[in-house]
Ligand binder design. Sequence first.
Ligand code: EPU
Length: 451
Amino acid sequence: MPGPPTDTRPDVNDVLTVHGGTPLTGRLRVRGAKNLVSKAMVAALLGEEPSRLRDVPEISDVGIVSGLLDLHGVSVERVGGASDDGLELVLDPRNVEQAHLADIDAHAGSSRVPILLCGPLLHRLGEAFIPDLGGCRIGERPINFHLDVLRSFGATVDKRPEGLRLTAPRRLQGTKVQLPFPSVGATEQVLLTAVRAEGLTELRNAATEPEIFDLINVLQKMGAMISVDTDRTIRIEGVDRLGGYSHRAIPDRIEAASWACAALATGGDITVLGARQGDLTTFLNVYRKIGGAFEIDDDGIRFFHPGGDLRSLVIETDVHPGFMTDWQQPLVIALTQTSGLSIVHETVYEQRLGFTSALNDMGATIQLYRECLGGLPCRFGQRNFQHSAVISGPTKLHGADITVPDLRAGFSYLIAALAADGTSRVRGIGLIERGYEHFRDKLDALGASYE
Ligand code: EPU
């Protein structure tokens, strides 16, 4: 597994030279979803017995969370790997202990997952220290919802120059929370804290992403009592004790969609084993609308360019069941190859379109706007952020020297470089390892030309 990066800035000396212009063709497998696996690993900390997590991807984010758990006395053992069943982790939380401050601080800037350790650590140890958070720079990404939630359970939050110190001198208490926005992380924060708090917790305006439901599956296996209503309300009855779990992670629907976009943008044909229709319904509709083709089978989905012109479209990103913000960046590369004007309105992150300027350097025609274009007004309309894009296509892309700004944009640059005529140098490629397992091996399997 790639080692944990010390932070989430690109290392510009980490370069992939890509020779574009060849359709990507072949098969690959996606493993468990990064955005479930990291949370399920944290959930293991809540149990009194070991947990087993299967189909874990070998990505650096898993290394980061393993490191953080290890600092707190949770042993993380790797079983299997490199086989069809994927990597299995055995997480043993029986010797949880307070980590040394300096050790935790060494993880500063590495990921956003540490904030989710708060609830479990408060239950287990009565205190938690959280370093400055990392994660992709795609907006401000505040943690106000998280801190409000933790305070509402009864935790005290002390902001210090080196990070946050949280304490809970007595058992956390069930509470009522209404989120201002259906945040994935804040919903997970409530779940991971409420399951062992005393009494009932009611969460309104919760996120309902498939990864959230899979985290609920994990917690239910551990002994938690959680019910979900149709109106984004989740109710949790706290319990005194949780056991371990044995769970196979849901497949990574972001990685699946990323390869689907690579097939379309390069005029190729990629079968993504492990991709599930039910997690990709909204994406599949969009794919078909712009002229992409797919065939769904029990063990995966074949995505391909059926020939002919691709069609532009108007789309906005949204929380589930809307079009995921994480699908937006790879889709934009495919949209540069469609005929006419496409509009993308990003409503989840205020700064997730900045990556398009490098695409313009490669020959794309993408103009950013501060207004909410093509859909309903969103939270960012009055806040002066360039969060709408108009893409004019089709444009032939050509090779360029580009630097990866964040995980999803990084993979999107790879797709652009593979679709482009000529040679590109993609710098900061290591960031892609945070979320795309063995992507070089997969590129080899698809016939990509790079060194
Ligand atoms: N927000 C706040 N305050 C908070 C928390 C969130 O204002 O305390 C805002 C954010 O700034 C953002 C919006 O709420 O504008 C949504 O953020 P959310 O909390 O849902 O995102 P997250 O939990 O930090 C996870 C994924 C992201 C994914 C989003 C949305 C993980 C580790 N990260 O982030 O994944 O984009 O949900 O689905 O699960 C990625 O995989 O590349 C990635 C960025």
